[in-house]
Design a protein around this ligand. Structure first.
Ligand code: PGA
Length: 249
């Protein structure tokens, strides 16, 4: 019912030449994927990535988007600018943006609304820090983040949105949430979506990925969990072979 979606998050890696090379290697390796395949690349690689993925099953995403139409926002990129070059997805509220760049639940919501208005598909990230997990606040945190992100977002848009559950302590650390833990927190997020919208929408339409040290070794176990609809892959998306193994889990 819910088609799995595996997205790479290159973060601040790869110049245009590297990007082109990686995509050229990746294309044949993932051409028969049963899931949706997305690569979220740095702004400077977007144009290259859109061209290199033309007529393939790989979609391109950005890693952030501003909420204003245009104007005095030095260093920011608008949703229309992304749309114009052929970008389809955009990561919003990644924990690195929340941690290092002052992203808040409110700004995540504003970015999401604007991205949808421009016809982009947001990948909204939620997840608890280690301190929050140790205090037993995981469910409370992801529920709060989910409710805030979806403020004023109509039900009709749910098909265009992906949620990524990324426990902050599992990102880039080699520590993965156990498949059971990831599954049960994603269930909490799905229940929150059922409360915000409806049970059917949450169960049939809302796709929720897991992210955090997902790699060729653990992908199949995570993907076998009933609540996990895909992955947001950082480190393991930087090599074509590794990423393709996750995609073909
Ligand atoms: P990781 O990153 O796979 O390197 O842990 C995931 C992410 O931050 O999206």
């Amino acid at each position: 019912m819910r088609k799995p979606i595996i997205a790479g998050n290159w973060k601040m890696n790869k110049n245009r030449k590297d990007a082109e090379q990686l995509i050229t290697e990746l294309v044949p390796l993932v051409k028969d994927a049963k899931c949706d395949v997305v690569i979220c690349v740095p702004f400077t690689d977007l144009d290259t990535a859109v061209k290199a993925t033309k007529n393939t099953n790989i979609k391109v995403g950005a890693q952030n988007v501003h909420w204003a139409e245009s104007g005095a926002f030095t260093g920011e990129i608008s949703a229309d600018m992304l749309k114009e070059i052929g970008v389809e997805y955009v990561i919003i509220g990644h924990s690195e943006r929340r941690q290092y760049f002052g992203e808040t639940d409110e700004s995540v919501n504003k970015r999401t609304l604007k991205a949808l208005e421009a016809g982009l598909k947001p990948i909204i990230c939620v997840g608890e820090t280690l301190a929050e997990r140790e205090k037993g606040k995981t469910d409370e945190v992801v529920t709060r983040q989910t409710k805030a992100a979806f403020k004023d977002i109509p039900k009709e848009e749910l098909k265009n949105i992906v949620i990524a559950y990324e426990p902050v302590w599992a990102i880039g650390t080699g520590k993965t949430a156990t498949a059971d833990d990831a599954n049960s927190t994603i269930k909490v997020i799905r229940d929150t979506m059922a409360e915000l919208y409806c049970k059917n929408c949450a169960e049939e339409t809302v796709r929720i990925q897991y992210g955090g040290s997902m790699n060729p070794k653990n992908a199949s176990e995570l993907m076998a969990m009933p609540e996990i609809d895909g992955g947001l892959i950082g480190g393991a998306s930087l090599k074509a072979e590794d990423f393709s193994k996750v995609v073909n889990y």
